[in-house]
Design a binder for this molecule. Sequence first.
Ligand SMILES: Nc1ncnc2c1ncn2[C@@H]1O[C@H](COP(=O)(O)OP(=O)(O)OP(=O)(O)O)[C@@H](O)[C@H]1O
Ligand SMILES: [Mg+2]
Length: 300
Amino acid sequence: MKDQAEQLRHIVARLKQRNRDRGNARIITITSGKGGVGKTSLTTNLGISLAQMGYRVIIIDGDFGLANIDLMLGMASRYGLREMILGQMDVNEVILEGPSGIKFISGGSGIRELINLGSHQMDVFLEKIDKLNDMADIVLIDTGAGASDNVVKMALAAHEIVLVVTPEPTAITDAYALTKIITSIRQDVDLRLIINRVQSMTEAEDILDKFTKTVYRFLGITVEALGSVNDDIHVPKSIREQIPYIVSYPNCRASRQVGYIAKKLTEQNNEVRRDNQGLVSYFRRLLDFFNFKDRQEDIL
Ligand SMILES: Nc1ncnc2c1ncn2[C@@H]1O[C@H](COP(=O)(O)OP(=O)(O)OP(=O)(O)O)[C@@H](O)[C@H]1O
Ligand SMILES: [Mg+2]
């Protein structure tokens, strides 16, 4: 294990050196305590909105179950991260292109394979990830829901986490529980909140106020607001039609609100941790979480 860790550190140091002047992609994980709150549809539409603003966006489906982003985009993905990890395919073979040039890679379940890689395979895989990093300004990772070990690791490996909640009391308490777990491991996390499926601005502000105050009071963490999205009939409609609403209904309420969130997200760019950004760093932290639990302090 120690040998593998050592080699991994060398590989990452080399790739980081190479990336220093090129700029790194911003890695943002989208997660939630409760399932079904709208992560996948938000990730998809937010990604397209950012692409429309001129950013190069890659969406990674990091759900260990089913993220269904490909279905929402009306595309079928047969291959993904798994094939890349196993060394069977290159980046260009697994990447799909969606509206406004966003790129998409499926593959949450493939992440399990990372655990078994030898150091040479890891080297090959991280080289591919480095190529991917070069193709993006922003990488959005749609994780599964819940406070399961894997979701927490995938969320924590990124320096920016977007938490999605709905006004349902269970969604809020589950989001709080997830925040508690995340902040018990890392205090310096960048946590932002999207309130989805609200009926009014007052409702959104009320939830935001209560959530941020509770988190600050009991966990000592500041959660920043990213915005809210109304309950909008165009959302399920666009899922049935397999065309993201930001494309087919650009003027509907949800589209305008997602546009606002995209703008806010780019205004909140976190320069401070630039050195820790990028997909290679993300995967390095993820690998460390999976493999070298005893060295966590060292990674964070
Ligand atoms: N703003 C909204 N207005 C109306 N319906 C919505 C909205 N956001 C999401 N939904 C509905 O909620 C359902 C779940 O959405 P989605 O699949 O994006 O959630 P998820 O959090 O990714 O779920 P999972 O945890 O299973 O991955 C969809 O059927 C979608 O139509
Ligand atoms: Mg989902």
